[in-house]
Design a protein around this ligand. Structure first.
Ligand code: PLP
Length: 481
């Protein structure tokens, strides 16, 4: 399987999976996608159904990944999947349990039982194993530098902790994370994990990361890399849970179901798009945004307009507070018949010159619901509270505010999208205890498995908002290579 860039020219040769694994963007600024999507049919789905039932989630992951990875020996890939998806890390042998809400059309796909209680662990745990494997094979080193306002940073640290060819430097805006999020990151005692509380806001953290990356010599000397949501391996890991959930909810190999997905950077739902393009029988992909409705605006008007930082509202589903959706280019590339030049014009030239592009009135935009199954909605703080309250008191199901956005929009599509509709859970409620309290009056207790980090000494460096100081700190503390 070869990988091509969304901004590439037709006929470009493409790269292998292991080559793009450690890279971020393609050299032309585009995102990587497989040259074509592998296709599944009823026979393959039947065999996967058997694999999941008899050998479990890791074995299914191996089958699905094998369609996308041809430069890692099959036995090694199986080992990678088996180490990534253990019952110890994910709380049950099913890894991804599904639950029906009452006797109705809605189901919840539980993706947040991993080490940091957010769905990002589903991809990050696999990425940690893949990085460890590939760096060993290449005798290489990697210093992951990132900025986080919440779930991504802790998920990355848990996946990379204790690995000897990897170091992680995570910048967080000082004083802006919840106590639970702080404990999750700052309570880690592993020597290769470095937390930096920057005297600034999240955008300042991102600017410092960019500035460090602009210093080509420093970047090369310290093997600086990233684990951001545009990484293809993260997406392909997410395709696996669409398959697993589909297998658990359906009873025949041609039954169509729908998914409702809380969306920020278009990562989680992009994996659904890939699964649907592979032929997994998905009817509708219901995209749920919060007040930061960049994507809902596109799917209803055809206009994609990125927001300035100041325009991004701070909401009670903070992991969806985005100014632009970094994976969206992948979908648009497919929508435009994989025309790399046109994609480059939209995402390169038009976005930087105008801040938006407009596909309204094009046949491609008109084709979206029928051809690609996407519909969308956006919700408010009041919607989240009402949804959390309703699900809890009527059905005994407690969801976090992001998942509540998904449930709220799923309700709007009952009767129009083919049921069952599976809402993808993105975090455990305890991570957002304040909003749960506001909705239900419940005081959630921190589960025992997190108690250790809550009580652990804090490991964090307070640094000024200054890329030079951050580079100095990396130079002083990095023990790699
Ligand atoms: C990351 C995240 C999202 C958004 O997922 P994308 O892949 O960026 O669309 C939603 N909810 C939670 C809790 C998250 O951590």
């Amino acid at each position: 399987m070869r990988y091509i860039s969304t901004r590439g020219l037709p006929g470009a040769a493409g790269a292998g999976f292991s080559d793009i694994l450690l890279e971020g963007l393609a050299a032309d600024g585009g995102l990587y996608l497989p040259a074509e999507y592998p296709q599944v049919d009823a026979g393959i789905l039947a065999s996967w159904r058997h694999v999941l039932a008899t050998q479990g989630y890791a074995a299914l992951a191996h089958r699905v990944l094998s369609l996308f990875v041809d430069d890692i020996p099959s036995d090694d890939l199986l080992g990678i999947c088996q180490r990534a998806y253990t019952p110890e890390k994910f709380g049950s042998s099913s890894i991804v349990p599904v639950e029906r809400v009452g006797n109705g059309p809605l189901w919840i796909g539980h993706l947040s039982n991993g080490p940091t209680a957010a769905f990002k662990d589903m991809a990050m745990q696999l990425l940690g194993e893949l990085f460890g494997y590939e760096l060993g094979r290449r005798d290489g080193y990697l210093t992951i530098l990132g900025a986080t306002s919440g779930d991504t940073g802790s998920s990355a640290e848990y996946a990379m902790r204790g690995r000897d060819r990897l170091a992680v430097y995570m910048l967080t805006p000082a004083g802006r994370m919840t106590p639970f999020q702080q404990a999750q990151m700052f309570g880690l005692q592993d020597e290769n994990i470095h937390n930096i509380a920057l005297d600034g806001v999240f955008d300042d953290c991102q600017d410092v990361v960019k500035a460090v990356n602009h210093d080509a010599e420093f970047k090369a000397n310290y093997h600086i890399g990233a684990v951001n949501s545009i990484n293809w391996a993260r997406l392909v890991a997410q395709v696996v849970y669409y398959v697993a959930i589909w297998l658990r909810v359906t009873t025949s190999n041609d039954q169509r179901i729908s998914f409702a997905v809380p969306t920020g950077n278009f990562g989680d739902i992009c994996a659904g798009h890939v699964a649907r393009e592979m032929g997994l029988p998905i009817d509708t992909l219901i995209l749920a945004t919060n007040e930061n409705n960049v994507l809902h605006e596109f799917f209803t008007t055809g206009v994609y307009r990125v927001r300035a930082s100041a325009e991004v509202a701070a909401t009670s589903s903070p992991s969806m507070d985005i100014s632009k959706a970094s994976n969206f280019e992948r979908f648009v590339f497919d929508l435009l018949g994989r025309d790399g030049e046109r994609t480059a014009d939209l995402f390169g030239r038009q976005l930087s010159e105008n801040g938006y592009f407009d596909l309204s009135g094009t046949p491609e935009f008109a084709s979206i619901p029928e051809r690609y199954g996407f519909v969308s909605g956006s919700s408010t703080h009041a919607d989240r509270l009402q949804t959390i309250r309703g699900l809890y008191f009527d059905n005994g199901v407690l969801v976090d505010p992001h998942t509540a956005d998904g449930v709220h929009i799923a309700h709007e599509w009952i009767g129009k999208a083919q049921a069952p509709i599976v809402v993808l859970e993105t975090a455990l409620p305890v991570k957002f205890a304040e909003t749960i309290k506001e909705a239900t009056e419940l005081d959630l207790e921190i589960p025992p498995r997190f108690a250790e980090v809550m009580d652990a000494p804090r490991r964090v460096a307070d640094l000024p908002n200054d890329a030079g100081k951050v580079k100095e700190y990396i130079a002083q503390t990095n023990k790699l290579g």
